[in-house]
Design a binder for this molecule. Sequence first.
Ligand code: NAD
Ligand code: DAU
Length: 341
Amino acid sequence: MKNILVTGGAGFIGSNFVHYLLAKYPDYRIVAYDKLTYAGRLENLKPAEGDPRFAFVRGDIADRAAVDAAIRQHQIDTLVNFAAETHVDRSILSSEPFVTNNVAGVTTLLEAAREFKLERFHHISTDEVYGQIPEPKRSREGDPFETRSPYSASKAAAEHFVFAYFVTYGVPVTITRGSNNIGPYHYPEKAVPLFTTNAIDNEPLPVYGDGRQMRDYQYVGDHCEGIDAVLHRGQLGEAYNIATGVETYNIDMARQILDILGKPHSLIKFVPDRAGHDRRYALDVSKAKALGWESRHTFSQALEQTVRWYVDNEWWWRPIKSGEFRAYYEKQYGARLAAAK
Ligand code: NAD
Ligand code: DAU
């Protein structure tokens, strides 16, 4: 393993993974391959600019000729796929791009992996494939998929194809299923960066429903380490959960952000809920721990570090929030905030 194609490498976790690999493995060459949708941003890759071990290719994972050209040109032996439409709320507005990118795009990559006989095809999946989990249960890797949103349905479909290519064609695959990530370069449509940047500007924090949904918020660097552990020490054909194993209520996450910033809790507004909102995700992470990996940040440490990054990096998020995002925000939150309690 030395020439790695990181698809979706200009997005939130993909770009953090690129920086992680460059810092940890001096012998690896990393190619970020990304279509640059609204969520893919070249600014996220700025720290890698000028590094001779790094290259960027603009391309679509569903474009077989472009994928083949990148693999050939850079003599790729390993592919790590982050590329996807990732926002649950957008999948409720329209599921079509989720099918095209998250399902058809992945099958295109698998065909390329098969033809080029790549050493490894690692696929990034999500805890959302298990659906909502009642307390005190924790999802284990063998549990059934019970997806409820168009986004999670598309991620589950992709996983089925990844596994099918392992069984049918012997493509050497591994899969990781991560919980909610937080950290630098997180597009501010997602709850933690949205709440943080709204709070900085004294704008309301739109908490869905009663705010008592639970998520396992992990620091993105810990997730990258988990992916690395599976990439280097995981069993072919296996999936691994990656999370802290500790869940937090959304309302507590919102209050902690306000406390870190010294802002009043009155900025919290309870708005009408997300359709089909999953109440709780919770993962059993013993399989990944058996590889010698462990999450290193507590929720409070991860949140503190994340909020500080947004305070220190307005250059990154202010232009995003004043662009296409404004129309999206109005569509998603205009009526909701008007109905807020
Ligand atoms: P993101 O939305 O920040 O980034 C996705 C990237 O994929 C963008 O750069 C986008 O331009 C690119 N992309 C989309 N469609 C593409 C296509 N057809 N061809 C090439 N590039 C394309 O997402 P993220 O939060 O970094 O998530 C990355 C991966 O991790 C996704 O597969 C997601 O399902 C998974 N995941 C995310 C989380 C989380 O909390 N963010 C948790 C678990 C799993
Ligand atoms: O669990 C892993 C998943 O985490 C990833 O697979 C997804 O790609 C990623 O987007 C994330 O999905 P969520 O739906 O959990 O993340 P989001 O940040 O959108 O929402 C987190 C929680 O906060 C969720 O319970 C919904 C709630 N929420 C979200 C937004 C955007 C609010 O209460 N208000 C909001 O405005």
